[in-house]
Write a protein that binds this ligand. Structure first.
Ligand code: AMP
Length: 585
């Protein structure tokens, strides 16, 4: 659609009138950050003035920043847990929000080993959808012609649970894909997916992936972008193709559907898509049976212009593998969001992954920033952050989280108008992560302690340890390096016992880890590599040779630096793997 030039935005020339409106909205929000933030805080505090939480801190109807900051404490999930538990148990009184809590969103962050439950209200769906609606108008500025084809996106839902009080608890994307906002979205030529809703909404992950991959293969010439939410999800899809291409090619050749896909609605919708196409089946067979899978994405989907996946934060570890499979296609990280709140978007989505900066949209929530690793505990507002500095993100949401620490560390890289842009630095306290799992130092330590109990009868203890998230293979897995002190050489721990130690560690890790391991199969068996005595001392020598202080040296509990990995691996005396799956329900 031609757009008249009066619609042109400082961000670029919009691809349609609809895009022009979206870009104008971004301009308005980013020019008026502080007034929008004041309005958002006023709205949240006035509508929630009579909630138990705000009343407890005697806000007495005040809606200004100063009173808010002086009376309301900054909190973590653990501080809110007693309130959240009451809501989960069925207390319908206005505890956090004047609007009823519509459901809980289950975060991948955990508390005491279980997923955090984030309260949400119905209207948050509108806010989330609105943020989504800004993504393509920005992308269209950089990649023309996306209305001429489709997006192959691997999107999944998970089974929902109910809290004792009857509220649904499910991941935020499961909630969104099941909403009318997604299911009955109006046709938009710039946002056509190859995956039918029925395939996305099928809770069996094999059937869902199978149907989505089949559609992607059938429509291969139309595919202009390939994506998943996180890089790990896209790699999982490639791995799925590696394991299932024969059956997929068989279905394509014959126009049939694998009997392993049993979901009626998926079968029904695939009927309309499947037609015998022996030529395509032959092509898939030829490409997939090659030993070498380098550039497989562009070989199968030759019109792909970019990958749409988040490769910032913990996902950066997957960049080299994605580059290998895609022949170096650009990777677009379009947005930054969480179960608590969607934060913002990348206004320059075709930039290099290392340069990605997210612009927080001031209408989403009220944002504060705690300077990271500085003695000053002065919380600054969105407009007051400074370029180059790192901050911890604190949010106050419409659903009633007040001054809540998200746990993300962000660095300011620049501004668009008066809106700061943030590089995602890392999540606080996360040591190991393969996909949505996040294991912190305390959890790892606890798991080591539990596992080392099995060594007691061998008069053996773990004297040092470190860890590594090995994502070179799919699925990735945790590797734990152990240096052991064996006091009785006639009675050393057997292979079997060390394998059991791997399992015991897995049993001790949080429920997101165990779910990924058991239900999603997206993490492989945990591995313990026993290293020679003295290895950790060598590690310390190495660190000191590079300038570490002997006084302050601490064994890194997670490693990824190549020379350190090489040192550790050259000292390995035995390797052990978890012999079976841990428990998960
Ligand atoms: P969850 O609560 O499970 O939805 O996870 C939300 C968390 O995922 C955020 O707080 C971030 O730590 C991380 N995250 C979300 N979006 C991004 C992104 N674009 N880049 C890096 N990390 C992200």
């Amino acid at each position: 659609m031609a757009v008249d030039s009066t619609h042109s935005s400082p961000l670029g020339v919009p691809a349609s009138d609809k895009d022009a409106k979206a870009l104008q909205f971004i301009e308005e929000m980013t020019k008026n950050v502080d007034s929008v933030q004041q309005r958002v805080l006023r709205e949240i505090l006035s509508r929630n003035a009579d909630t138990e939480y705000l009343k407890r801190f005697n806000l007495n109807g005040a809606t200004d920043r100063e009173t808010f900051k002086s009376r309301i404490p900054v909190v973590t999930y653990e501080d809110l847990q007693p309130y959240i538990q009451r809501v989960a148990n069925g207390d319908k009184s206005p505890i956090f929000s004047a609007h009823p809590i519509s459901e809980f969103l289950t975060s991948s962050g955990t508390s005491a080993g279980e997923r955090k439950l984030m309260p949400t209200i119905h209207e948050e769906l509108d806010r989330r959808q609105h943020l989504y609606s800004l993504l393509m108008p920005v992308m269209n500025l950089y990649v023309p012609g996306l209305d001429k084809g489709k997006g192959l996106y691997f999107l999944f839902v998970k089974a929902s649970t109910k809290t004792p009080g009857g509220l649904l608890a499910r991941p935020v994307l499961t909630s969104y894909y099941n909403s009318d906002h997604f299911k009955t979205r109006p046709y938009d030529p710039f946002n056509v997916y190859t995956s039918p809703n029925e395939a996305i909404l099928c809770i069996d992950s094999f059937q869902s992936m199978y149907a989505q991959m089949l559609c992607g293969l059938i429509m291969r010439d139309e595919v202009l972008r390939v994506g998943a939410v996180f890089a790990s999800g896209l790699l999982r899809a490639i791995h799925f193709l590696q394991n299932n291409w024969k059956e997929l090619a068989h279905d394509i050749a014959n126009g049939t559907l694998n009997p392993k896909v049993t979901d009626d609605s998926v079968r029904e919708c695939m009927k309309k898509i499947l037609k015998p196409n022996p030529e395509l089946a032959e092509f898939i067979t030829k490409e997939c049976s090659k030993e070498d899978w380098e550039r497989i994405i562009v070989r199968i989907w030759p019109n792909t212009k970019y990958l749409d996946v988040i490769v910032t934060g913990a996902m950066a570890q997957y960049i080299p593998t994605l580059e290998y499979y895609s022949g170096g296609l650009p990777m677009a990280c379009t947005m930054y969001a969480s179960s608590e709140c969607y934060f913002g978007l990348n206004l320059n989505p075709m930039c290099k992954p290392s340069e990605v900066a997210y612009t927080i949209m001031p209408n989403m929530a009220y944002f504060e920033f705690l300077p990271h690793e500085s003695s000053a505990s002065r919380f600054v507002d969105l407009v007051d952050v400074e370029i180059g500095k790192e901050y911890e993100l604190i949010i106050t949401t419409y659903a009633g989280l007040c001054r809540y620490r998200v746990g993300d560390i962000l660095r300011v890289t620049g501004f668009h108008n008066s809106a700061p842009q943030f590089h995602f630095v890392r999540r606080k306290n996360v040591l190991l992560s393969i996909e949505s799992d996040k294991t912190d130092e305390a959890e790892l330590q606890n798991a080591i302690e539990n596992a080392s109990l099995l060594l007691k009868e061998f008069n053996t203890s773990v004297v040092e340890y470190t860890s590594y998230a090995d994502t070179k293979q799919i699925p990735g897995h945790y590797v734990i390096y152990w240096e052991l002190l064996v006091k009785d050489l006639a009675n050393t721990p057997t292979d079997d016992v060390l394998n059991q130690c791997c399992l015991q560690m897995e049993e001790s890790l949080n429920s997101v880890y165990r779910q990924s391991r058991v239900a999603d199969n997206s993490i492989g068996p945990l591995e313990i590599r026993v290293v020679q005595n003295g290895t950790f001392e060598e590690l310390m020598d190495y660190a000191i040779s590079r300038g570490a202080s002997i006084n302050q040296y601490k064994v890194p509990r997670c490693v990824s630096f190549t020379p350190i990995m090489e040192l550790l691996d050259s000292r390995v005396v035995s390797k052990h793997f978890s012999p079976c799956l841990p428990h998960w329900t």
